[in-house]
Write a protein that binds this ligand. Structure first.
Ligand code: GLU
Length: 459
């Protein structure tokens, strides 16, 4: 996974090296050296911090929990990124996710660098009190390297408002007299969080898809119809007809994306399948998403897994295994679970011609190349799932000024920012044969390279 990010950054730098107008002060041998330096800087994190948290459990035993905080790059601002709570967390994964944060923030012009954290646990097997202790320990162990102007963590897979509230409280306690509102984002609203932060990632994921199709492609349909670009042809095939979608993952991102699709007034978009770690639910006539959201809210986040549970909430659906969603015959596949979901083993079975990455890195390099070559549009993670960090930035600003925005103001700013990024990227995407991921990386790398050069980091 890490290699994928690295190799696309390298390809982007090669494309920029050829572009004479980019960093035109740098010529000849100096130019080659500067590009080699840029590759070295961007493909390596600044620091990897690792601790083994010492946590006493309620049963009396003391355990050691491996945990990470990676600082990838802070050229654009303080390090920023979530803390993942998952048993498969490992150093390589956290480094890659931090790298993606650097690229994501650069792409959307968010004035933050890239960071990421991870705690190697399955949060479902710990009591609330134990989780609270784990969060407190995480802050104590990493206190020296985090802070509102240094590194601002947020939720990621397995963590949410509750954990951010606990962490901010501990940060405040052990740093008396220092500003603390901006130490963590993704907090609950009563505790200084932003309205709309919880829904921001899922809303942004759906918005990116909708904007691409319903705004950009529709508006430019006449020009695009004479284009030989394979992605333009794919997109035109999606206009003015009812669409079917499937959403993999029904957590904070997937459930909101599914609701947005269910309620979308602009595109007739039936959500025929959703899935989580246990099941896929399928109904060719469309699923009752609000009823499923209500069910998960009352059942620790899990979708119904039996006919009785479906009956109890009046939902009609076929119960299938969790993997079937990935190869279903649908128009749009939203990936909002974990990484490496579309891979070498299933890439040739994927039927959706449009894939939207709500999770980070859900498509492996092999699958990405294979699908892109076949004209499948993949809206990549750093473009589609930036809603969370964009609203985190708004939360950080609100915390500094203790002035709060209304929910409407938050959404207007979120969609305005994502729309601006799409307006910058899409003309280029439909004009050249590169996949969308490559286009996004070129934009991020352009911004980062210019800043690193101007900061004198290439000597
Ligand atoms: N964990 C989220 C992401 O991967 C949000 C990060 C943040 O808000 O800082 O983008």
């Amino acid at each position: 996974m890490e290699d994928q990010t690295r190799s696309i950054v390298e390809q982007s730098l090669n494309a920029l090296l050829e572009n004479e107008t980019f960093l035109s002060d740098l010529q000849g041998e100096m130019r080659n050296k500067a590009f080699t330096s840029l590759n070295a800087i961007l493909s390596t994190p600044n620091q990897i911090h690792k601790s083994f948290l010492r946590v006493p459990l309620e049963g009396g035993e003391v355990v050691r929990i491996p945990s990470y905080r990676v600082h990838h790059n802070d050229a654009l601002g303080p390090y920023k990124g979530g803390i993942r709570f998952h048993e498969s967390v490992n150093e390589e994964e956290v480094v890659n996710l931090a790298f993606l944060m650097t690229l994501k923030n650069a792409l959307h012009n968010v004035p933050f660098g890239g960071g990421k954290g991870g705690i190697v646990i399955n949060p479902k097997v710990y009591s609330e009190k134990e989780l609270n202790r784990i969060c407190i320990k995480y802050v104590r162990y990493f206190n020296d390297i985090i802070g509102p102007e240094k590194d601002i963590p947020a939720p990621d897979v397995g963590s949410g408002e509750r954990e951010m509230d606990w962490m901010m409280a501990e940060y405040k306690k052990i740093n008396p007299g220092k500003p603390y509102h901006g130490s963590f984002t993704g907090k609950s609203v009563v505790n200084g969080g932003s309205l709309g932060r919880r829904e921001a990632t899922g809303k942004g994921v759906y918005f990116t898809f909708r904007y691409l199709l319903n705004d950009y492609v529709k508006r430019n349909a006449i020009n695009l119809s004479s284009s030989t670009n394979p992605f333009a042809q794919t997109a035109l095939g999606y206009l003015d007809r009812p669409l079917t979608s499937a959403v993999q993952g029904f957590g904070n991102v997937g459930s909101v994306t599914a609701l947005e699709a269910f309620r979308c007034p602009h595109i007739q978009n039936k959500v025929v399948a959703v899935s989580d770690r246990n099941v896929t639910l399928y109904n060719p006539d469309g699923l009752d998403i609000p009823a499923l959201v209500d069910f998960t809210a009352k059942n620790r986040g899990d979708l119904p897994t039996t006919a009785e549970q479906l009956n109890a909430v009046n939902v009609t659906a076929e119960i299938q295994s969790r993997e079937t969603i990935l190869t279903m015959d649908v128009d749009v596949l939203f990936l909002a679970a974990l990484e490496n979901q579309l891979n070498d083993a299933n890439k040739s079975l994927v039927k959706a011609r449009m894939i939207v990455e709500g999770a980070n890195a859900p498509t492996t390099q092999e699958a990405d190349e294979y699908l892109s070559k076949n004209g499948v549009i993949i809206i990549p993670d750093i473009l589609a799932n930036a809603g969370g960090v964009i609203v985190s930035y708004l939360e950080w600003l609100q915390g500094r000024e203790t002035q709060f925005l209304t929910e409407e103001q938050v959404y207007n700013q979120l969609l305005g920012q994502m729309g601006a990024t799409l307006d910058m990227i899409l003309p280029q995407y439909f004009g050249d044969p590169f996949p969308l991921r490559q286009n996004c990386y070129i934009h991020s790398v352009t911004r980062l390279s210019t800043v690193l050069y101007r900061q004198g980091k290439l000597y």
